[in-house]
Design a binder for this molecule. Structure first.
Ligand SMILES: [Zn+2]
Ligand SMILES: [Zn+2]
Length: 186
């Protein structure tokens, strides 16, 4: 729709961006939220978020950096990285977002593996990344976790649970999303 601020997907990984995969994810995000969606690469100071004892990166610190560096005129930013993310109480997280906020971060680190730690196929990694981007964006639009196991907003603690979700928000979440959009005057 005209005049609506875009979503920004920003690659902030250690490896070079997989442009083909992220371009397809970008298109799907654009369709899902009917908002213009752009894809960029940024040079983020990931080392500032490294916790040396765990060998992992603090998703909360990365989120804070993303938030502090949102370009003007952008509605939501999803940082996509390949470093392994954690929050102190969990072994790892697939991502983190500000509920009803502007920033989210998603990692491909755990999405690249199957349940028994073998490399997952590129198509599977892409499908998972899309689901996680839509999930974290759902949080930034104000959605909370959903009890529906196949809904995008269900909580995932394993790739198995990510794979069980369909690439759609359930009817309840779609209604909530519409109500939140109206409240926000868009
Ligand atoms: Zn969540
Ligand atoms: Zn739902």
């Amino acid at each position: 729709m005209a005049g609506r601020e875009p979503i920004l997907l920003q690659w902030m990984g250690v490896s070079p961006m997989n442009g083909d995969m992220l371009e397809r994810v970008r298109q799907e995000v654009e369709t899902a939220f009917t908002l213009p969606t752009n894809l960029v690469t940024v040079d983020a100071p990931l080392e500032d978020s490294l916790e040396p004892r765990r060998g992992q990166y603090s998703s909360t610190k990365i989120l804070r950096w993303i938030l502090a560096s949102i370009p003007p005129g952008v509605a939501k930013v999803v940082g996509i990285t390949d470093v392994d993310l954690f929050i102190p109480v969990l072994t790892f997280v697939f991502g983190e977002a500000q509920v009803d906020g502007r920033a989210a971060v998603v990692s491909t680190a755990r999405l690249r593996l199957t349940y028994n730690e073998q490399p997952a196929s590129p198509a599977l990694v892409e499908a998972r990344l899309l689901k996680e981007c839509l999930h974290e964006l759902g949080h930034t639009f104000g959605l909370v976790h959903c009890p529906g196991r196949d809904c995008l907003m269900s909580r995932s603690n394993s790739v198995l649970e990510v794979d069980q979700k369909r690439v759609v928000f359930c009817r309840d979440c779609r209604q909530r999303l519409r109500a939140l959009e109206e409240r926000n005057g868009s």
